[in-house]
Ligand binder design. Structure first.
Ligand code: MF3
Ligand code: CO
Ligand code: CO
Length: 288
């Protein structure tokens, strides 16, 4: 009778044509002693398609910023650019009003690690490195991504930090093998590469499941831990968003606004973020 039932994933397909094979593997891995993700973390193909569309607009937004961003602009100007883009494309910022967050994106310059708030007071200048992080909803689904932008000519050390951060994300994605690698492999790949290049990894913020809400389970750490972490399996949609520091990994939150996160030593920090989906045979980077 089981075969006539609809699948638990919400696809409206018969179980046997949907996640039956998945469940066989799931149980087999469980028997082998692996920790498995909760079934509610698994998105069906309609949900993934919805997140893919949101990611498409988010990429368009980050591309547009890449075309426009330059010295002399304020981070508020970037926020305005975003609100126009969001309106034109029927998208809604997930950041706006999130726990009281006042703007539509985060703009994090130089020693700002993350959650920099766009402001008319922050004027971009030659040599700055800036992260713009956007999470947007298109219909019911959301995607989350960020990029680094170099303003004019940046120092060699700033450029190296940006490059290494991008490489950390790339290496984290490369280690993902469905049904084989675990969440910890992501953190390990990032930590290993960052340390090899003489940088540190921020541990207070992590990647996350994403799609129906901005922040979902599981947490995706950017460093390695000793406990057993869950296996990465098809249908999981997560972000990876390493924050890499030039100096010490220590950070603090600006008490004036309660949001802006800075390096304690005021050395540079960089971050990049992708929304990815684990597929049957690898990974699809949605925010690309
Ligand atoms: N986009 C961030 C992330 O990657 C979250 C920003 S929340 C905000 O998880 F409220 F600061 F916008
Ligand atoms: Co995120
Ligand atoms: Co983000």
């Amino acid at each position: 009778m089981e075969d006539l039932d609809l699948c638990w994933c919400g696809s409206n397909k018969h179980y046997k044509d949907c996640h039956k094979e998945f469940d066989i593997k799931y149980k087999e891995k469980q028997r082998q002693g692996y920790k498995l993700p909760k079934k509610e973390w698994i998105k069906n193909s309609d949900e993934i398609e919805g997140i893919r569309k949101a990611a498409f607009y988010n990429n368009g937004l980050l591309d547009l910023i890449g075309e426009k961003i330059k010295a002399g602009m304020t981070t508020e100007d970037i926020d305005v650019l975003c609100t126009n883009f969001l309106d034109e494309n029927k998208c809604v910022s997930a950041d706006f009003n999130y726990q009281g967050y006042p703007k539509h994106i985060c703009t994090s310059i130089n020693d700002v690690v993350c959650h920099g708030i766009p402001s008319t007071k922050d004027v971009l200048k030659n040599g700055d490195i800036v992260n713009v992080d956007s999470t947007l909803f298109y219909g019911k689904y959301c995607a989350d991504a960020s990029r680094m932008y170099e303003i004019g000519n940046v120092s060699e050390k700033a450029h190296k930090l940006v490059y290494v951060t991008q490489e950390c994300l790339k290496k984290a994605i490369e280690v993902i093998k469905p049904w084989e690698s675990t969440l910890n492999d992501i953190g390990l790949a990032i930590e290993k590469y960052a340390h090899k290049r003489g940088f540190t990894v921020v541990e207070e913020f992590c990647g996350h499941g994403v799609g129906r809400k901005m922040h979902e389970d599981p947490m995706v750490l950017h460093y390695s831990v000793r406990e057993k972490t869950c296996l990465l399996v098809p249908g999981m949609v997560i972000t990876i968003e390493p924050m890499i520091n030039e100096g010490r990994r220590d950070i603090y939150v600006d008490e004036n606004d309660g949001w802006t996160v800075r390096t304690l030593d005021h050395k540079l920090s960089a971050q990049v973020e992708h929304t990815i989906v684990i597929t049957e045979d690898g990974v699809e980077i949605l925010s690309k």
